[in-house]
Design a binder for this molecule. Sequence first.
Ligand SMILES: [Zn+2]
Length: 432
Amino acid sequence: MTTVVLERTPADAPSSALRFYQFNTLMLETNGPRLWDSLMAMAEIGATANGGSSRLALTAEDAAGRALFVRWAEAEGLSVSRDAIGNLFARRAGQADGPPVVIGSHLDTQPKGGRFDGVLGVLAALEAVRTLNENNIQTRAPIEIANWTNEEGARFTPAMLGSSVFTGALALDDGLAREDTHGERIADSLQIIGEAGDTPLARPFDAYFEAHIEQGPVLEDNDKTIGVVTGGQAIRWLDVHLTGKAGHAGTTPMPVRRDAMFAAAEAMAAIEDHVAGVDGLLATIGECHVDHGSRNTIAADVAFTLDLRHPADAVVDAAIDRIRERLAERLPTRGVEHELSLHWRSPALPFDDTCVGHVRDAAKALGCAWQDIISGAGHDAFHLARHCPTAMVFIPCADGLSHHEAESIEPEHAKRAADVLVNAALARAGRV
Ligand SMILES: [Zn+2]
């Protein structure tokens, strides 16, 4: 992965630079310190005591973050617009007035969030545009920066609300009616901060690229700078319900018990055992409830949730079949009835080959250490992927930590995210 610089920019060139790399491909580099300054300035809005940020969607803090972004965008000559759910767009005109190549992410955070989740994608997009501007690069298609409303799902549910309304996965009326815990509706919040507009929902995009921190440890463990995201994994949510018989903890002999809790423990162990044998399969039991639980009563009614994930639908579906068989083998011997039901199914979502190719080509040509990766977390890009050709760029975050004030990235990695983003977007939009 060596990079041969065939031509250096003159000393008086702008701080973002044009360089000729191997295969004679003209690659752009963004201005790392400028991007970092912007990230740190945004982090000051809603800054928390322990070094994070708190900008819940459509609050005064979010409004201030949006205003800062708009100021920066307008300074670059971009035209700013909003749609009815408050998604914010900043457009750089292209030679043709066709569907834009859109780059972005979200500026809202968790209540005690980090400085980079989402923010990196919006400000790397801004840095990409700044770099195009100072190098006087024209594109055929317009390039737009997007800031999606309420990605985090922390103030209003569901998560990724703005992008789901934009793409039609959630009806606008339904989105506007969502309430926070104080009963304030999104429609009210949008009006209070003046962030609703009339740019059409679901208008055509040529493509969508999103840069994001990985929020997991894979890139860091593999010593890679860039993750070329090939898609999102298949997700299944299941409910397991076990029914035994209640009884006195002191008077019921063990052999005659029909204990739903020990049956649940055996079921969980069987699930873990199966998952351990399948490469890449992830299982999480995040909730477990004992109905009418009491410390001196045999549990009769136990329910737990199961979240299964894998890049391939077939693997997850096969896992469900196998888990079903295992439970059917083991639990009847305990005199406990069980039911395994599917609560929610989200298919694996491969990104667009051409757009993924642009990301991979840019990472290679820039000489980044890169690897293909599947996204473990949900992102606005997953909604956009059903609307237009889509791809994502990941960079590592320290210890894979996210949704936490201590979220941390390397400035050089942030720059590389913007470098890959601008070159991928430029390859798609077409240089004039
Ligand atoms: Zn995010």
